[in-house]
Design a protein around this ligand. Structure first.
Ligand SMILES: Cc1cc2nc3c(=O)[nH]c(=O)nc-3n(C[C@H](O)[C@H](O)[C@H](O)COP(=O)(O)OP(=O)(O)OC[C@H]3O[C@@H](n4cnc5c(N)ncnc54)[C@H](O)[C@@H]3O)c2cc1C
Ligand code: SF4
Ligand code: SF4
Length: 941
């Protein structure tokens, strides 16, 4: 069945106005930036919508559905947009459920929870972990995907073997039907009066029951024989229900990809967290042995059984991951222990015993410890970054990505695929959940090249046909049909059963507005491929959204890292049509750290800002560049800080500075709630004249301390602590002349000015072996000078400097001197670490934690969300105080949860932000200050 032709209103703005009238002004967006951001998901397709509704209640959902049905406008539900099939994009209205993201009820004893569809899986499991519970299905996209999408796709992951797919873990759903009515979809006993009432009330349910009864034989005959299937509608699960005497409604809606109804909540079944886990890596010499070993390993009841073929191992780099050159395939096995199950050590022995029957390239590597287990998963997790970065033109293309065959025939499938792609001369990765016979096949192709395009079309048909014909398998195990497989659902099930699917669709969605083109469609899979995007570096995987603090707060694709990539690289981009979003980025660089494709969205945004530098910021930074005058001014206001930094005066100041602040940004203000640091009356450089070089004087030390602006101007003890720590390590640093490293200057678009200062720093720091920093942003900026001067004469000097920049925590960790330390307090103090974004981006994550763990009198606690942005981001807490406080809220909860008395960090802006946002929940200190305290305590003792 081809989706019915739907009518779009002539003017999309009319649609948005109608929707605003129906659900509220703030919940509807139809500006250029929003529509551009929502035109993609993680698939190969693009389709721009006409309007986006960010629903906040069931009433909003029903009103939007009602409007779409009345007007015949396509309506696409959407959660995180990480599906790989094009099922969360559409040409009409996108209904985003991300704001419905709460756990509504949790029953620990009975192990179930009522949850809204906008919650991210990782967030859900974090909340459940407090009760030692988890939601079993675990797609690899768990950091970013949301429950609504998982429900609609019947998602699963490596641990499906133990926990099943989503369909096995849902007890009930609240579904908004096309009629606008709400259905409590659970398993009703056929003799239950509620079931009778339901059938009377909802005609489609009545039709469905009849259809199932009349076609029981056909459904049984066409049932997939493999252990996993997400293709078509799950009439098989419903038929099983009827055989048990119940109308198991969740089975229909789970996996229906937004084509039959919209979910506002789900009651999900939970499992106990495993007591312990074993992970093993087994390298096979012969591919054929893998298929033979799988059924035997399955006897151990593993929770996960993953495979990587030889091509995949080559792609990720065997040497890098310690994978023997002769390995034809590698298996990753995981076994969980619960209270009742057998002992893991005994299981490990049985596994080794099984493996002895095969030619392995080395003994199985078995790990029990979480850190070592993580190491074993590293190779598997390295896959996506490798695929995304493989070639600037050849991209991983998901079009045969999710086939399922009988588990024992997986070697045969891999052999067939390897030969197929070798003949096509196409690099490919074949990996997946071998325990279920579910293989992910990701060829690397340049679809803009006619040759590669033909290979894709050929592969699509031949491989799917082979999986169905030769293997009796399924074309879809867990990713859904979407646009990519919709045209093949008929081939998979045959015309008679497909006809039943069509009847189900027509009965539940007679006007065809619910996600048209998905699952039930005759359109070729090549329609709507986003050729332009597939020539760009971003893979639209949304990993960056998972760490973007702005997305965390706004939960809207136009306010997200992935969305911003789309917007700033779009051919219709202009500063005017996108200023709202381009100015919202914090430049925290979290996206850059997370991106498997090596894309730096923050840099692209900075490039765009550089085209429109902020005038007011330019005035300030030019004044700042005149160090002597600027510092005199700062000292002057420092003198009167006790007067102007009082609550009443701060309110007045906020009021008086508003017109001036507005020229920095619409949202900028000097909020009275901002806990300002004490400005120094004597700057750091005044306090350490012995470390200052006179004009023309040669350097006295091999080590320079680049203190940056904050440590110089603030009287917060950080600069003193860094100098004291360096001295304890036998280093008397120079404080060479220096200008602002440039981070805030670039943030406001003044790249030329940032370069001017950077040139001064390059010259000044060139003669030192080591340049020690205390500030996270300075550390990163100095290391990033090669990018600032890319292709310019200064680049070589910038590269040389970048290698010598050392954060104080790195310096202490590497120092051969180990000064005595003691506790500065009579009792042990709980200390947590907030990992500043810029220091993470600079690659410094382990050293501060290791130092804190080693401090006497300190009980180090790793707090939740330690690696998430706190929202300070240089001057962002001035540029948009309200948003910055919404961001820090998560951090406040994390600190409280950890029970930390002190939060250590490495960034002056983070320190201000934490002091403001924690409301006294914990003391805030720089890592260097804690080190200094430990050294001084030892001196005293
Ligand atoms: C790197 C990467 C790895 C992945 N690994 C896996 C994996 O291991 N296993 C796996 O199964 N998948 C995997 N996926 C695919 C994808 O992440 C999953 O399908 C995921 O569950 C989709 O969730 P989402 O929140 O992104 O949904 P979206 O993409 O937003 O939507 C998916 C479908 O759900 C529908 N939908 C969303 N919310 C609702 C609602 N409230 N009511 C009705 N319909 C709704 C949409 O219309 C759409 O049809 C991966 C994707 C990526 C990018
Ligand atoms: S920028 Fe990187 S992390 Fe973000 S969507 Fe693109 S590829 Fe994924
Ligand atoms: S720099 Fe930070 S705020 Fe900006 S897009 Fe990246 S993660 Fe989001």
């Amino acid at each position: 069945m081809t989706a019915p032709t739907l009518i779009l209103p002539e003017r999309s703005h009319a649609m948005a106005s109608d929707l605003r009238a129906a659900v509220g002004v703030d919940k509807v967006k139809d500006d250029y930036a929003t529509l551009t951001a929502y035109a993609v998901d993680a698939s190969i397709y693009r389709m721009a919508p006409q309007a986006v509704v960010l629903v906040e209640s069931e009433e909003d959902i029903a009103a939007t559905v009602h409007y779409a049905v009345q007007r015949g406008i396509p309506l696409t539900p959407r959660a995180a947009g990480t599906n790989l099939t094009g099922s969360a994009i559409g040409s009409g209205i996108i209904l985003d459920v991300s704001h419905l993201n709460q756990v509504l009820e949790l029953n620990r004893e009975e192990r179930w929870a009522r949850v809204q569809p906008g919650i991210v899986l990782a967030e859900l499991n974090k909340q459940l972990a407090r009760d030692k519970l988890l939601f079993g299905p675990d797609p690899s996209s768990g950091d970013m995907c949301k429950l609504g999408g998982m429900l609609a796709n019947n998602s699963s992951g490596p641990h499906t073997l133990r926990y099943g797919a989503v369909k096995d873990n849902v007890a009930a759903l609240r579904v908004c039907l096309q009629s606008g009515e709400w259905l409590d979809a659970k398993a009703y006993g056929l003799s239950d009066p509620n079931c009778t009432n339901l059938l009377k009330a909802h005609r489609p349910l009545c039709d469905l029951q009849l259809l199932l009864q009349e076609n029981a034989a056909l459904i049984a005959q066409r049932r997939p024989t493999v252990s996993k299937n997400s293709c078509g509608y799950n009439l098989f699960g419903l038929a099983d229900g009827l055989a048990r005497g119940c109308f198991d409604l969740p089975k229909l809606f789970v996996g229906s990809e937004g084509t039959l109804g919209l979910f506002s909540e789900a009651t999900i079944r939970l499992v106990e967290q495993p007591r312990a886990t074993l992970t093993a890596l087994i390298h096979f010499h012969r591919l054929e042995d893998v298929g033979d070993a799988v059924p035997k390993l399955l006897e151990l009841s593993p929770s996960a059984l993953e495979v990587m073929d030889a091509n995949t191992l080559n792609l990720i780099g065997r040497a890098k991951h310690g994978i023997p050159a002769e390995a034809a395939a590698t298996l990753l096995v995981e076994l969980d222990a619960d209270d009742a199950g057998p002992d893991l050590r005994a299981q490990a022995e049985r596994m080794t015993e099984i493996c002895r029957r095969y030619r392995l390239t080395s003994d199985p590597v078995i790990a029990f410890d979480p850190e070592q287990r993580e190491q074993l998963w590293k190779a598997r997790k390295a896959l996506y970054p490798t695929l995304y970065r493989f070639d600037p033109r050849k991209k991983p293309i998901n079009f045969v990505d999710d086939v399922v065959v009988p588990a024992e025939r997986i070697s045969e499938l891999i052999r067939y695929l390897e030969e197929f792609f070798a003949e096509q001369r196409v690099p490919v990765a074949i990996f997946g959940h071998i325990g279920n016979g579910n293989a992910h096949i990701i060829p690397l192709l340049d679809v803009n090249d006619q040759n590669d395009f033909q290979k894709m079309v050929q592969g699509y048909h031949e491989i799917h046909q082979t999986v169905l014909g030769r293997f009796g398998g399924s074309i879809c195990g867990e990713h859904g049909d979407g646009r990519v497989r919709a045209g093949y659902v008929r081939t998979m099930f045959g015309p008679e059963l497909y006809d039943l699917f069509v009847r189900v669709k027509q009965s539940f969605d007679p006007s065809g507005v619910l996600n048209p083109g998905i699952k039930i469609s005759d359109r070729p899979f090549t329609d709507h491929i986003d050729y332009v995007r597939l020539s760009k570096p971003c893979a639209t995987c949304a990993k960056c959204n998972a760490v973007c603090p702005i997305y965390d707060v706004f939960q809207s694709e136009d306010m997200s890292s992935r969305g911003w990539f789309e917007i700033v690289t779009d051919k219709n981009y202009s500063y005017l049509n996108s200023k709202r979003v381009v100015e919202a980025c914090l430049n925290c660089k979290s996206c850059r750290t997370a991106c498997p494709a090596g894309v730096d969205v923050s840099q692209l945004i900075l490039d765009r800002r550089a085209e429109h530098p902020n005038k007011m910021a330019g005035v300030i930074f030019r004044f700042h560049a005149q160090s002597a005058r600027f510092e005199r001014f700062l000292k002057f206001i420092a003198r009167y800080q006790p007067m102007w930094d009082r609550p009443l005066m701060r309110r007045l100041l906020d009021h008086l500075t508003k017109p001036f602040m507005r020229r920095l940004a619409e949202t900028a203000r000097l909020s009275p709630q901002l806990v300002l640091p004490r400005l120094a009356r004597r700057h750091l450089r005044d306090r350490y004249p012995e470390l200052i070089l006179q004009a023309g004087q040669a350097s006295r030390s091999p080590v320079a301390y680049f203190h940056g602006c904050a440590a110089n101007y603030f009287d917060d003890g950080v600069g003193d602590a860094v100098i004291a720590v360096l001295r304890k390590h036998g280093v008397e640093p120079d404080l060479p002349p220096q200008r602002c490293s440039g981070t805030p200057i670039e943030t406001y678009g003044h790249r030329a000015l940032a370069k001017e200062g950077a040139r001064v720093n390059l010259a000044s720091l060139a003669r030192y072996d080591k340049v020690v920093t205390g500030c996270a942003s300075c550390t990163l900026m100095l290391k990033d000078y090669p990018t600032l001067f890319a292709g310019e004469p200064e680049q070589a000097a910038a590269q040389a400097l970048a290698k010598r920049v050392t954060h104080i925590s790195e310096f202490v960790s590497q120092s051969p001197v180990k000064p005595a330390m003691a506790s500065s307090q009579p009792t042990r103090c709980k200390v947590a670490y907030h990992s500043s974004c810029h220091l993470r981006a600079a690659g410094v994550t382990k050293e501060p934690r290791a130092i804190l763990r080693g401090l006497p009198g300190v009980e180090y606690v790793e707090m939740p969300d330690a690696d998430r942005c706190a929202g300070g981001a240089g001057t962002y807490l001035v540029k948009d105080f309200e948003t910055s406080q919404r961001i820090v809220e998560r951090k406040r909860r994390a600190v409280e949860q950890s029970g930390a008395e002190v939060v250590a960090t490495s960034c002056p802006a983070c320190m201000i932000q934490l002091r403001t946002g924690l409301h006294g929940a914990a003391e805030v200190k720089h890592v260097a200050q804690l080190i200094q305290e430990a050294y001084e305590a030892a001196d005293r003792s």
